[in-house]
Write a protein that binds this ligand. Sequence first.
Ligand SMILES: [Zn+2]
Length: 389
Amino acid sequence: MQIEGPEHEEGCQPEYTRKKEVVLTGRVHPGETCGSFMMEGFIKFITSQKLVAVELRKRCVFKIIPFTNPDGVIAGNYRVAFSGNDLNRQYANPHPKLHPEVFSVKRLMADSRQQCPDNILAFIDMHAHSRKKNVFMYGPEFPIHDPRYFLARVIPKLLSERSDIFRFYSCRFRVTKSKATTARVVMQREYGVLNSYTLEASFHGFFTEDRETIEFMPSHLYSLGEILSQGLFENLLMTEDHERQTRERKERQKRLAAAKQAGPAKGEESPSKVAGGTKTPDGRRQVKKAMIFDGPNKLAGHEDGVSEASYHEYITSPTMQTESQPVQLNTESQPVRQSLMDRFNLQGRQGRTLAMMSTEIHTEELKIQHQKNEGKTIDEEDVGSSDDQ
Ligand SMILES: [Zn+2]
């Protein structure tokens, strides 16, 4: 099924003209019913009139395959399909007759990618886990010097902030040989989907903050629909900001290059005159500074209704983050800022960037590593447990 909403209202246009895509699959393992409860919760939430759902539908197309293995479910299998194969190990090279479901999911992904490369925001495959507690994710593996190391952890971190049910501690970001043919790994490697995950829900329950174990009821798993939607939405806002900043940086570089060329071409005009600064031997540096400060002056003139887009542009402006001179918030924008926080229920988290998230994730991982080094591994079932998926 495909779920999407109307186009953007004026003044609320994101960075891209084409909607991003989110692909969700479930029940490739017939016995893993927890995945279906999460899927049902997600479908109910994303088709609701809740504000986050409405905003997500404006920005994304949701392609959902709730039952990837219907034959297996009907036959009463626990893990395999009608052909006797585990479909979540056939993604690398599926056979059109033996594994038609996997073949079709891959064709769907290939079509999306052909229409618009890099447009798939996330791929999430919903499962259940028989050994570990809580809900958690398996994600892609990158070396720590690769920027994707942190980017791939942003959605799991955002989900863990919203509920005890989802636990960042239990997430793993590695690809062992036996997992190389699973859906999440193939989607990341063949179609370049960075946010490619297996979402696992325990068959048992979850730890509370007080280390109590609560057994899962369907309502807990349904709630993952809202948690996942909120996490995707905040990630999307940060991704939009990141893409805009990247585009602006490229434009600034282009303008700089053009100014550099235009300067000597006119002969008489020095670089300092182009920048509007004082004449120094280091003309190039002056030009760059003047160009950067061009941003907030322009934004200060945005008096005609502070739209959501201009708000984002303002608070995440590279100038605000990189220049040492503080930029004062326009007092008129304060009610708008508050209203956005209330509307999206982000309470002070609004305005976080992907770079800020990287720092938070790094701190979280150091904390986990420290606990392990001290021998304080808090979940005995996390030690040496197998990764179902
Ligand atoms: Zn599974």
